[in-house]
Design a protein around this ligand. Structure first.
Ligand code: NAP
Length: 311
């Protein structure tokens, strides 16, 4: 039996949910699952869709939301549809496929996509949604699985300012930093810059640790010293221990990074940017895949150097 206080709280939660924007979340992967959970925990009524239904069922059980069997059904009542799937093709499928979001969406709804995808697919989706009286924000994220679990993501957004302002408080429930970068596609372009910066940096860190070992230095001691100076980085702080231990079964997968770098290099061919280091590191990640490291963390560039040391 519920106490009066519990009953009042249940009623007030129900009232809060009814008065809040209805949300749908498509794609409950490593990132989407906890992100959708934060939205539900913030009090929004959330309906999820996941291709593998068992995950959607598990999510609904854990967070108390609803799940639907197609993206269109999940989007039917929604004021905001969030998505976080794998790549451009996955996004086209969940949005514009035969059972895609656009077939269920009501006019006036906003779609916010957190997938790391191309700026081109963002503009394509925006144009499709505009025809239906809906709006679109591309909103890729940085911060990895831990950022998603801890609601500490960095979100880079492209789209209309007034749409952004109306949606930002909702995105804030999953994020530490949310920034509008410019028109639709700008969020994806900003995420590309993020990946360019990471690629060169991780290769530099791998080369540094490789050199330290062959020079007879204690890698841990080296990092203790140089991480207090100008060489410090997030990768150095968070990855040196596992790199030194040769552990890569965690973090951001090489396959995902190659997908992102393909998007970056394609965009660079269009805008004329010269990215020699990024192009080279992309090939190095190809070597890591050939070593069987498809799901290894991106810091596994050191494993590639070690494999060459032996051969
Ligand atoms: P993930 O764990 O592989 O999850 C992918 C999700 O998309 C799953 O829910 C999957 O459904 C769904 N999906 C894929 N293709 C689909 C399709 N054709 N139709 C319907 N659903 C489909 O990936 P993730 O790590 O969450 O990453 C998601 C996105 O965030 C990617 O673009 C990634 O680059 C980006 N990202 C990831 C990280 C990270 O650290 N993981 C960090 C920043 C950005 P199933 O469950 O049925 O497979």
């Amino acid at each position: 039996m519920h106490s009066v206080n519990e009953y009042t709280r249940c009623q007030s939660d129900r009232w809060k949910e009814e008065s809040m924007k209805k949300i749908s979340f498509i794609g409950l992967g490593v990132m989407g699952y906890p992100m959708a959970g934060h939205l539900k925990q913030a009090g929004y009524p959330v309906t999820v869709y996941n291709r593998t239904t068992a995950k959607a069922e598990q999510w609904a059980k854990e967070f108390g939301g609803e799940f639907a069997l197609t993206p269109a059904l999940a989007a039917a009542e929604a004021d905001i549809v969030f998505s976080c799937v794998g790549n451009d093709d996955d996004l086209r499928q969940v949005m514009m496929g035969t059972e895609g979001v656009i077939h269920g969406l009501k006019a006036g709804a906003v779609v916010v996509d957190h997938t790391t995808a191309s700026a081109e697919v963002a503009r394509e989706l925006d144009a499709e949604l505009e025809k239906r009286g809906c709006q679109f924000l591309d909103a890729p994220v940085s911060g990895g699985q831990q950022g998603a679990i801890n609601a500490a993501l960095t979100v880079m957004v492209g789209g209309d300012d007034s749409v952004f302002q109306s949606i930002k408080p909702v995105i804030d429930t999953m994020a530490r930093s949310v920034q509008l970068m410019g028109p639709v596609g700008s969020g994806q372009l900003c995420k590309m810059v993020n990946q360019v910066c990471i690629a060169g940096l991780v290769q530099g860190l791998a080369e540094g640790l490789h050199f330290a070992e062959l020079a007879g230095l204690d890698g841990k001691k080296v990092v203790d010293v140089i991480s207090k100076g100008a060489a410090q980085s997030w990768q150095m702080d968070n990855r040196h221990e596992t790199m030194l231990a040769g552990e890569y079964e965690h973090g951001f997968a090489v396959d995902w990074m190659r997908k992102d770098l393909a998007i970056v290099l394609d965009e660079a061919r269009k805008n004329g940017a010269s990215l020699p280091v990024t192009a080279l590191v992309d090939q190095f990640y190809g070597d890591v895949q050939a070593l069987g490291g498809n799901r290894w963390d991106t810091s596994s560039l050191l494993a590639r150097l070690k494999a060459r040391e032996k051969s």
